[in-house]
Design a protein around this ligand. Structure first.
Ligand code: AMP
Ligand code: ZN
Length: 498
């Protein structure tokens, strides 16, 4: 197996991965904020890290993969503006307890992760379950002189930290302190409480109406936005671990400030490698709800959107994501999805044809070429998890497979061992590394179909609870078209093949 190289955002360079402990990987990825339905952009980032996780597992590493749930949905700046946090606001709109909101959207997130066939992380800690750890970290940062209290809130002293550790602060995002000052999100708000506009809150005093708050030595309040990841990564992976990941948009301020907090509390930066997955766009533009340039996973699966011409299956969407490198932006268009659907089917078809091929030759003249392409598939994956290039290698092999099937190439030109290797390579890449499910076999894979149907019906039941009859009918009609009949009864919906 080739050594794994990855692009470290900290150096901007591709580096050979060297684990802290031989054979093991500690990886922390920033998880979702569970105050609304998970969107496709989130799914892209989590799918990117799912493939990275899968490849480390495949190459024999023992991985502890920690992905948190942000269930304190505050925005930084709450302390300054007194604004309600996202979670509490949503709770008020929906007349629910904040934890009810968090629970509902956590379940929705899990459902979506299953639909996309992403593996569960090893640990999925919640911010609200780690308040004591966060308070302790604030105390450590204060004891080290990098934070100060004002009116019950505690702020990280960025100026002091940047002066004492210019080699650390700003290194990840490539910003210097003057930029940090001018770009700080809340530099116009209530500056009198902070010593400096670039300082950020690590503990925030909760207002009377604030719903989610806890007792602390400074006030009854809640932790700052960046603190949970520092506290939970340290708790489960130690003061130094291998990889910290997230979307590009989290580099600054979230990850830059995480580094400051970790160093400020224990004198060590959290990890050796920072990895960032790039953004999902739609029709060349940032996805945005306000200008209608957005699509939900449900709309993709039902086809109910002006942006697409038809419904696309979860595996078509996963395949679509595999077609671009995780560090490139990915532009979702109807044409690209149509192409992905074709590509996915072609790959699955090649896999099926391959499994019908048998060779009696001990060796053949195509062995060298096939082994060369097979090696290239792994070399491409090991080269910063280059899924589009690895896919290209698989399609090179797929052409050969189709040529064997059509009789343009003789199967006798492949040796038995090489053919066996080819079969294992397809099986491993498609299912273990790329995490695809075979949606193309009708009648086969009952268990998977059953699981998917359960999830789809759950989404439909949610739509019905929300009186979203359009989505509910759309799902029923789309299933009908696919040869599945849904019947609503007292016990919920049941489905049968028609
Ligand atoms: P959030 O729930 O907003 O905290 O985001 C969860 C994860 O999704 C983070 O790693 C974000 O960087 C990532 N993310 C948010 N928007 C997008 C997008 N449009 N494309 C890709 N990743 C995104
Ligand atoms: Zn985080």
């Amino acid at each position: 197996m080739f050594p794994i190289k990855l692009t470290n955002s900290l150096s901007g360079q591709k580096e050979t991965f060297k684990p802290l402990v031989a054979g093991r990987v500690g990886m922390y990825v920033c998880g979702p904020t569970v105050y609304s339905d998970v969107h496709l952009g989130n799914c892209r980032t989590f799918t990117s890290f799912d493939i990275i996780y899968r490849y480390f597992l495949y190459t024999g590493y023992k991985v502890r993969y920690v992905r948190n749930i942000t269930d304190v949905g505050h925005l930084e700046g709450d302390a300054d503006t007194g604004a309600e946090d996202k979670m509490a606001k949503r709770a008020r709109l929906e007349q629910l307890e904040p934890m009810e909101v968090a629970h509902k959207y956590t379940l929705g997130f899990h459902d979506m992760m299953k639909i996309f066939n992403t593996l569960s992380p090893s640990i999925e800690p919640r911010a609200t379950g780690h308040i004591p750890e966060q308070i302790e970290m604030v105390q450590e940062i204060m004891a080290n002189g990098f934070a100060y209290e004002k009116n019950g809130s505690v702020y990280f002293n960025t100026v002091k930290f940047a002066k004492e550790h210019p080699e650390i602060y700003g290194k990840l995002s490539g910003r210097i302190i003057e930029d940090l000052i001018s770009e700080s999100r809340d530099n116009l708000k209530n500056q009198d409480e902070k010593n400096h506009p670039s300082d950020f809150a690590i503990w925030i005093k909760g207002s009377e109406e604030h719903l989610m708050k806890w007792k602390s030595p400074w006030s009854t309040g809640f932790p700052g936005w960046h603190l949970e990841c520092s506290a939970m990564s340290t708790k489960y992976l130690g003061e130094k671990f291998d990889i910290h990941g997230g979307g590009f948009d989290l580099k600054f301020p979230h990850h830059e400030n995480e580094i400051a907090q970790n160093f400020g509390s224990c004198g060590s930066t959290p990890c050796n490698y920072w990895m960032h997955a790039n953004m999902l766009l739609m029709n060349g533009r940032k996805m945005s709800k306000s200008d209608g340039n957005t699509i939900t996973p449900q709309q993709l699966f039902t086809g109910d959107s002006v942006h697409i011409s038809k419904a696309y299956s979860p595996m078509t969407v996963r395949f679509f994501m595999l077609q671009s490198h995780y560090r490139s932006t990915l532009d979702l268009t109807d044409d690209a999805l149509l192409a992905a659907e074709k590509g996915y089917r072609r790959l699955m078809e090649a896999y099926k044809v391959l499994n019908t091929l048998e060779s009696n030759s001990a060796a053949g003249e195509l062995d060298e070429e096939i082994n060369f392409i097979a090696d290239a598939a792994f070399a491409n994956m090991s080269d910063d998890f280059n899924t589009p290039k690895a896919l290209a290698s698989l399609f090179d092999l797929a052409s050969k497979i189709y040529s064997f099937q059509a009789g343009h190439l003789s199967i006798a030109s492949v040796g038995k061992t090489t053919l066996e290797r080819l079969k294992k390579l397809f099986q491993d890449f498609i299912f273990d590394i790329f995490g695809l499910i075979d949606e193309t076999s009708s009648g086969g894979d009952q268990e998977v179909v059953g699981g998917l149907m359960e999830l789809i019906l759950k989404i439909r039941a949610n739509a019905r609870t929300n009186k979203d009859w359009t989505t509910s009918d759309q799902i029923r009609d789309a299933l009908n078209e696919a040869g599945i009949q849904v019947k609503d009864g007292k016990e919920g919906a049941a489905w049968t093949r028609i």
